[in-house]
Design a protein around this ligand. Structure first.
Ligand code: KIV
Ligand code: ZN
Length: 517
């Protein structure tokens, strides 16, 4: 498509729904509200806030987003059945612009093996679902799940009937990330050519990234005439994730000459929003991730540096400040004061209260004692850690460990509960970190299963801070924990304790049984 007038592409963000389906990415109500607010500041058009029928927690989160977040349309997902649609409406009804998104699988594989329904029944159910949703609000989206593996004739019939029943957006999901760009473009142009009432609805795409093609497929769909792209911050989502919002938005902006399309996204908020979502979910983007990765604008080769100095556009197709990176990276050191810190935090997009600034400044000074140069990335983790602080039943005090090849590790760990010191001496575990975890469990009396553990260095260099993220399972629920230190064993202890404190906040009876050693 190469129309003269640039087309406005609707950005439908599903970080809080499909993104939250990423293993380990679940968020609590306050975290979802924070992300939804950031998405509104990013100026996305639609926020899919969750799947209200899935759980009471999902319902409450969608309702809270609909009640408080202004600007974007707020959407709730529903299967094509009355109960789901009614619940979705209950959740989104207080939004300024509510949307109900109903879906039903249409491919032969899903019809035969999952739904055990024939084509006629599928059409009937889709029509009934869309009609019910349209009875509640005028903004109704319909998705034929697994559309890219659905027979084209049948897909055209379903889409036509869904539009006739009141769908104002028809979304074409590549549910399993199977499509290729040319194929996606063919699906969209075939729908545009063959569905008689197609001009009554916006065509949307929803691409998964199983083959790493989600962004390419979405762009191919836009080129073929799609008017809405469904995407997530950092490309989060089921399995390998969804189309990454930051990538698709910047591709459309940077190559407006080619796509003749634009979005309303405030691109300067891309990096802060990406960092917020990474901080909340504990799922970090790789350094070389397009647009928002730490290296996305770093020029290492001498020839490149020379070129950039002579003329920026020799090796840069986008300006770092346009996606929300700030210019200088080397920030502060041991002698920097509170005002310099406040100023840098503001440049990085954080408005801190006096109390939050005091706390960050305390942590900053402690870090500056261990680390000579403090970079933006260091500062961001300190700030994020403060902003997401949880009530601390126990605080970390100190540890000592002796270990080595072929030796059972021995650890002495001290925690504080209020002003009281609690100490454990433990010999065991697979290594020093495991021994520290055992000691924490012994002191707190909370036995949790460690389901995930990752260490990531915040900056480079041998004095870089280690950021450890853990996921603990306790009574069938997962709890995230994050810890930071220039010492990776200490960072692990803090991450484990952070997750234990989350458990403690919800299970006070477990604390009552605390063993004191
Ligand atoms: O991937 C998918 O098919 C979905 C639908 C619910 C749109 O997420
Ligand atoms: Zn999906």
């Amino acid at each position: 498509m190469n129309d003269k007038h640039p087309r406005r592409i609707v950005i439908f963000d599903t970080t809080l729904r499909d993104g939250e389906q990423s293993p380990g990415a679940s968020m609590n109500l306050n975290e979802k509200l924070e992300v939804a607010q950031a998405l509104a500041e990013l100026n996305v058009d639609v926020i899919e806030a969750g799947f209200p029928i899935a759980s009471p927690g999902d319902f409450e989160a969608v309702r809270a987003v609909a009640q408080t977040v202004r600007g974007p349309a707020i959407c709730g997902l529903a299967r094509c059945c009355e109960e789901d649609i009614d619940r979705a409406w209950e959740a989104v009804r207080h939004s300024e612009r509510p949307r109900i998104h109903v879906f039903l699988a249409t491919s032969a594989i899903h019809r035969e093996h999952k739904l055990k329904m024939d084509k006629q029944t599928i059409i009937q159910r889709a029509v009934e679902g869309v009609r019910r949703a349209a009875g509640y609000c005028p903004d109704v989206e319909f998705s034929p799940e697994d559309a890219s593996r659905t027979e084209m004739d049948f897909l055209c019939q379903v889409v036509e009937q869904a539009i006739a029943a009141g769908a104002t957006t028809v979304n074409i999901p590549d549910t399993v990330g199977y499509a290729t760009p040319a194929q996606m473009a063919t699906i969209i142009s075939t729908l545009r050519n063959r569905v008689p009432n197609i001009d009554k609805a916006v065509i949307s795409v929803h691409c998964h990234n199983d083959l790493g093609l989600a962004v390419a497929n979405s762009l191919a769909a836009v080129e073929a005439g799609a008017g809405q792209v469904e995407c997530t911050i950092n490309g989060l989502g089921e399995r390998a994730g969804n189309c990454s919002l930051e990538e698709v938005v910047m591709a459309l902006r940077t190559r407006a000459d080619y796509y003749h399309a634009f979005t309303a996204v405030n691109t300067k908020r891309l990096v802060p929003t990406s960092r917020l979502v990474a901080g909340i979910t504990g799922i970090h983007v790789q350094r070389n991730k397009a647009i928002v990765g730490q290296n996305a604008f770093a020029h290492e080769a001498g020839i490149h540096q020379d070129g950039i100095l002579k003329e920026r556009t020799t090796y840069e197709i986008m300006r770092p400040e346009d996606v929300g990176f700030t210019h200088s990276d080397l920030v502060l050191g041991k002698h920097s004061g509170r005002a310099a810190l406040a100023n840098r935090a503001k440049q990085l997009g954080y408005e801190l209260t006096g109390e939050q600034l005091d706390a960050v400044f305390r942590d900053f000074k402690a870090l500056a004692d261990k680390k000579k140069e403090i970079y933006d990335a260091d500062l961001i983790v300190l700030i994020e850690q403060q902003l997401r602080a949880i009530p601390e039943t126990w605080t970390f005090d100190s540890y000592q460990v002796s270990c080595g090849t072929g030796r059972i590790p021995e650890v002495t760990l001290k925690l504080l509960r209020g002003r009281q010191e609690r100490c454990a001496v433990v010999a065991g575990g697979d290594g020093p970190i495991d021994a520290v975890f055992l000691a924490i469990e012994q002191i707190t009396g909370i036995d949790a299963i460690c389901k995930d553990f990752s260490v990531h260095s915040v900056t480079v260099g041998k004095d870089a801070q280690a950021e450890v993220n853990v996921q603990l399972e306790y009574q069938d629920r997962l709890y995230r924990g994050r810890g930071l230190s220039t010492d990776s064993v200490e960072a692990s202890a803090k991450a484990f304790l952070n997750a234990i404190n989350r458990i403690a906040a919800l299970h006070s009876e477990a604390i009552a049984q605390t063993k004191t050693i």
